[in-house]
Design a protein around this ligand. Structure first.
Ligand code: IPD
Length: 269
């Protein structure tokens, strides 16, 4: 099992590096910009190309594995997570940054496995080892914190009101600052690195946070739903924090809402 996981890990790292090279070299190309769920939910041919590159490469090496990919789901494939080994792929997390050549671009490929055992399952992460070695000074005073969040791509007035109300609550606590990298994956890495104390967002998708969940948890961080319960991968809501005190303070400020789930049947979305 250990050799197998190492093989998967090695392949994940290699294919993510290759994907990163393709994305970086496409930064100077002319981009054809298309939209998905809203006029500001952007996708380019590079997103689609990189996702296919990752899927093809993984299929050659691990033919039985499954995929949940942002652009494949946008093209109509299902977003159902089973117990089968599944790669959750966001080819470019931060597509808006990419379109505007704002260089916080993140290419993500994650493999996730559940090994069933009598009485329960076990999850192994294979991409999240980096942060284990980082030493962080943990801050538990929210008033000295920097909190990361994003506006996302939902421009529905009610949703925007919820987002602004939460932001207003956070800012007036007060906190030292609010930041957003423009990519959920990078925001979660910033939590793991201790550069920001917490990140929260409602409206992200499973492929935006899958890699970050592993990275934050292996760095010793805390992951919760915006109402304080466990994270539900498909619920499109996340709080990631350096520690529970900060997570709970952030959660107290959030005005929650419930976007359509990632695994909802197409008609409910
Ligand atoms: C987006 C980014 C962004 C977040 C959006 C995501 P994409 O992912 O992670 O930071 O605010 O909610 O959809 O579309 O660039 O892969």
């Amino acid at each position: 099992m250990a050799d197998f996981l190492q093989n998967v890990m090695d392949h994940a790292v290699a294919v993510a590096r290759k994907a990163g090279e393709v994305v970086c070299s496409a930064l100077s190309d002319e981009r054809k910009i298309m939209t998905k769920s809203s006029a500001v939910d952007l996708v380019t041919q590079t997103d689609q190309r990189v996702e296919q590159l990752i899927i093809q490469s993984v299929k050659e090496k691990f033919p039985s594995h499954r995929f949940i990919g942002e652009e494949s789901v946008a093209a109509g494939e299902s977003c159902i997570l089973t117990d089968e080994p599944t790669w959750i792929i966001d080819p470019i997390d931060g597509t808006t940054n990419f379109v505007h050549t704002w260089r916080w671009v993140w290419s993500t490929a994650v493999w996730r496995i559940k090994c069933s055992r009598p009485g329960g399952g076990r999850e192994r992460s294979v991409t999240a080892r980096l942060c284990r070695f980082l030493s962080r000074q943990l801050l538990s005073d929210i008033h000295q914190a920097i909190i990361a969040t994003e506006f996302g791509s939902n421009r529905d007035l009610k949703a925007v009101d919820h987002i602004f109300f939460s932001l207003r609550n956070i800012l007036t606590l007060p906190v030292h600052g609010v930041r957003g990298a423009g990519t959920a994956a990078v925001n979660m890495c910033l939590v793991a690195l201790g550069c920001v104390e917490a990140y929260y967002e409602i409206g992200i998708h499973v492929w935006d946070i899958a890699a970050g969940l592993l990275i934050v948890s292996e760095a010793g961080g805390v992951l919760m739903d915006v109402t304080g319960g466990d994270v539900d991968l498909m619920s499109r809501r996340i709080v990631a924090a350096n520690n529970k005190t900060i997570a709970e303070k952030v959660i107290e400020q959030i005005d929650p809402f419930t976007p359509p789930r990632d695994d909802a049947p197409p008609l409910d979305k």
